[in-house]
Design a protein around this ligand. Structure first.
Ligand SMILES: Nc1ncnc2c1ncn2[C@@H]1O[C@H](COP(=O)(O)OP(=O)(O)OP(=O)(O)O)[C@@H](O)[C@H]1O
Length: 255
């Protein structure tokens, strides 16, 4: 059974159509990539998936529930299972909280006893490849790549089944990007986590997505296995995205 099912959603902002008849499924342990240029509707779809926005018509189900309509205890339980990694962690992390406290925060919210939190924070730091001593740093004292790992550790704190990533690597340079993408792949192999991974960059999506949907002006123009889209794109728009993505990602340096 899919973890996330979005069916025939439509969404307008005033007269402007952001999404028209978009359907998408994410199965447990799967990475679905969503590509398209700026304004194609990717963030709107992410917000629908996270229950931050309601569609005008169509349905969104996460673990068989509508994430937008949940309240109280069931909302907390679904929030724990469905997490988000934003594009700009510098904007989403509290500048007054040290990195360790930022990662401990969701543990507190979801009821982990205070005495158990330091050990779990240390484990999360290790999972995302952050040195333990960075826990004492403030966001302004961390690099873009380190901040994105802190944002990822925060998202992983509640042991989610699905993480929606909205352009999580686009502010990073190519080699840092490649290492972060490999980290996501490794996490998925170890934990069976699923990702809905949003990017304007097909080279990034190809690196980790099993299936890809190409969104243009709110409409899915093409979808299929990542390799197929890469080697045999059917739609001219996918080809144009491919041409824009000729700048290949380097192989990451392994430590
Ligand atoms: N709150 C809003 N009010 C009005 N129009 C909006 C709003 N949010 C998005 N839009 C419009 O809806 C369309 C889809 O926007 P969306 O942000 O989902 O696209 P996107 O692919 O994520 O773009 P980007 O990569 O620039 O974030 C765009 O035309 C955008 O201008």
């Amino acid at each position: 059974m899919p973890l996330l099912t979005i069916e025939a959603v439509h969404k307008k902002y005033g007269p402007r159509t952001a999404l028209a008849d978009v359907s998408l499924r994410v199965a447990p342990g799967e990475t679905v990539g969503l590509v398209g240029e700026s304004g194609s509707g990717k963030s709107t779809l992410a917000r629908l998936a996270l229950g931050l926005l309601a569609p005008d018509s169509g349905t969104v189900r996460f673990a068989d529930q509508d994430p937008y309509r949940l309240r109280g205890r069931s909302a907390r339980s679904v929030r724990a299972r469905l997490q988000f990694v934003p594009q700009h962690p510098r904007g989403s992390l509290n500048p007054a909280l040290r990195a360790g406290a930022a990662v401990a925060d969701p543990l507190r919210l979801h009821g982990t006893p205070r005495r158990d939190r330091p050990e779990q924070v240390a484990e999360l730091f290790q999972q995302v490849g952050l040195k333990p001593e960075l826990a004492r740093r403030y966001p302004r004292e961390l690099s873009g790549g380190q901040l994105q790992r802190v944002a990822l550790a925060r998202a992983l704190a509640t042991r989610p089944e699905l993480v929606v990533c909205d352009e999580p690597t686009s502010a990073l340079d190519r080699s840092v990007q490649a290492r972060l993408l490999d980290l996501l792949t490794g996490l998925q192999e170890r934990t069976g986590l699923a990702f809905l991974f949003i990017s304007h960059d097909l080279a990034v999506v190809r690196r980790l997505a099993h299936r890809v949907l190409v969104l243009r002006n709110g409409v899915v123009v093409e979808q299929g296995p990542a390799e197929q889209l890469w080697s045999d794109p059917q739609h001219p728009y996918t080809r144009a995205l491919l041409d824009a993505a000729t700048d290949q990602l380097p192989n990451p340096i392994t430590h």
